[in-house]
Design a protein around this ligand. Structure first.
Ligand code: SF4
Length: 192
């Protein structure tokens, strides 16, 4: 649906009127929250997945102790109630027994061939070889040795994105590898 500038302004005006007439979004949100946690015990904790350290709230059934759901802690200074997709799935940590593997967990790489609409399971060795080949091809095809008479030895065609769960040593090795290939775009994927 296409919305013209005029439609947008009209809709904004209507929304402003609702607010002026006393629709209090804050109290509705507070009420919803109260209903949601009515029979649950809430325990604040820290997401264990990465070093961002987001605050989470774990809601448990007060009588059985079962985890009902988890969510970002709105009072936590780091994430202010937000959670990345991984943190949002924190409840799954509790939905499998210790020692069991979540049946939804992927155990093999998935590959979607160019032009294909679906993913297929592939072996690790096959996937690693494919990645190595493509990185090498891309780097060799897009390598700049000099620019304006200055030796630069870089490729602009590849970027390196680090993960928030990587430790110091892994980060060190990854950036070493990236720089040795001439990659200049080194980024970190902070999830919040
Ligand atoms: S960014 Fe995501 S994984 Fe990391 S601590 Fe926050 S919610 Fe957890």
């Amino acid at each position: 649906m296409e919305i013209s500038r005029r439609d947008f302004l009209k809709a904004s005006g209507a929304f402003a009127s609702i607010m002026t007439l006393g629709f209090d979004a804050a109290s509705v949100s507070a009420q919803t929250r109260k209903m949601r946690i009515k029979s649950a015990r809430v325990t604040p904790t820290i997401c264990c997945y990465c070093s961002a350290g987001c605050g989470m709230l774990v809601h448990t059934d007060a009588s059985t102790g079962n985890v009902l759901y988890t969510e970002g802690d709105p009072d936590h200074p780091i994430n202010l109630g937000g959670a990345c997709s991984k943190g949002a799935s924190l409840m799954q940590l509790n939905s499998v027994k210790v020692g069991e593997i979540n049946p939804n967990r992927l155990k093999k790489p998935l590959y979607r061939a160019p032009g294909s609409a679906s993913f297929e399971e592939v072996e690790w060795d096959w996937a690693l070889e494919k990645i190595v080949k493509r990185v090498k091809e891309t780097r060799d095809k897009n390598f700049t040795a000099t620019q304006d008479g200055i030796k630069v030895m870089r490729t602009d065609a590849i970027a390196n994105l680090g993960g928030a769960a990587l430790d110091n040593e892994e980060c060190y090795l990854l950036q070493k590898l990236a720089r040795s290939l001439g990659i200049v775009y080194l980024e970190h994927q902070a999830r919040i």
